[in-house]
Design a protein around this ligand. Sequence first.
Ligand SMILES: [Ca+2]
Ligand SMILES: [Ca+2]
Ligand SMILES: [Ca+2]
Length: 456
Amino acid sequence: MLASHAGQNMTILLLFACTSPTDTGPTSGDSVVDSEPSSDTGDPCEPSTFFVDGDGDGFGSADQPVEHCEQPSGTVDNDQDCDDTNAAVNPDATEVCDGLNTSCASDWVSDEGTATFWEGGASADWSASLSGTEHEPLEHDLPDGELHVCGGTWFVALSTDDDLTLIGHEDAVLSGSDVGTVLEVLPGANVVVRDLTLSNGYGTIANVYDPGAGGGGAIWCETATVDLEGARLIDNEAHRRGAAVMAGDCELTLVDTEVARNVSANIGGAIQLDASTMDVVGGSFVDNEGYVGGAFYLTRGSTLSVNGGHFEGNIGAYGGAIAVEGRYDGEIDDVYLVDTTFVDNDGGGYGAAVYDYWHSGVLEIEGCSFEGSIADEGAALFLEDLASASLTTSSFSTNVAAEVGGALFVLGSNVTGTELDFSGNTPDDVYDADLGVGMTLGEGASLTCTAGAGCE
Ligand SMILES: [Ca+2]
Ligand SMILES: [Ca+2]
Ligand SMILES: [Ca+2]
């Protein structure tokens, strides 16, 4: 076989021993053919065809033939490897759900409709084990291990109290069929969800902090950790709280995760945090809706950190995107927002981007932008009874309050601001109800207030 392949890696071919001294070496597009006598012995040789085995799985690449008298190291005598960069892919491999033609089968099209569970280095076919119907999602308790789910929609009601990783391929979807929670993360569990969509969950499960308020459509979590990486939580609903995630005493991490179109009848349109922490890196939070906290609601001593997130089109009567309520004595809630954008959120009465109220702890905002917010008071930020708020190098533009505080409404809160840019906010930029602030406004920014020194 002397097929030509431009760009093939010829490095290994340069090592072959019986190349003639006058040979200038292979060039791109050539196969190597060498039937010249060895310069050492003068014996003629009959060349054979070998194939480079780049990943060392015992199968060679048809794209890299080698004609040679003796088998060069790094080559094999077959060309059956369909992916010579992945040793797990070869004709001897068991076909598994990984989005790849794992076994190099000639009739493979996709892994759609298959699922594979890995535990202790052994794989098991779970395709049948996860096949619920649209009207009857399949209940399944998952043990320690790694579940791979391939293309298609899987109707499930999963739970685990173990160390579990869920990985999606080929746009796989786990659906709650609009009747129940997709994934219950029980006390002690450590769960990772990667590249997988959880949709159409319906949350009705209460937690120990509020037995009367059920929720958690996509994920319900208690005293556990959940890491979401490249996941999508979309189109979930809740009876009352946290349509996408309801977390009690949990540690959550969201990296590049999309949370969209989740709706709760009461609070925490997408995510409800009770005594929990959540670190968000990147990702988008779009078109979620709840009565208090359209996207996120935190209380009972929770901490939220967002770096590089995007919030758009979220709706709440109090807090279109994020609502914080320090309702409970000694349980302080802290929020840190860095390099995050808020666009066209609707806060109803108060705070389209952030509504922070009722003896809350720290709010730190740095490098953020707030644009197109709508609310009655404090269109972007509504800050009341907040222990400490620090606003740095952030911009507020085209936010509209029906009453006061086009960008900010401040009451009973210690607010410091530096390097803030205000433009086009209506009817004013900042409304300070008691002038308890040490805020540096941008040039031309407006401050209105009701009492205290400096208020005229
Ligand atoms: Ca190979
Ligand atoms: Ca391979
Ligand atoms: Ca496969």
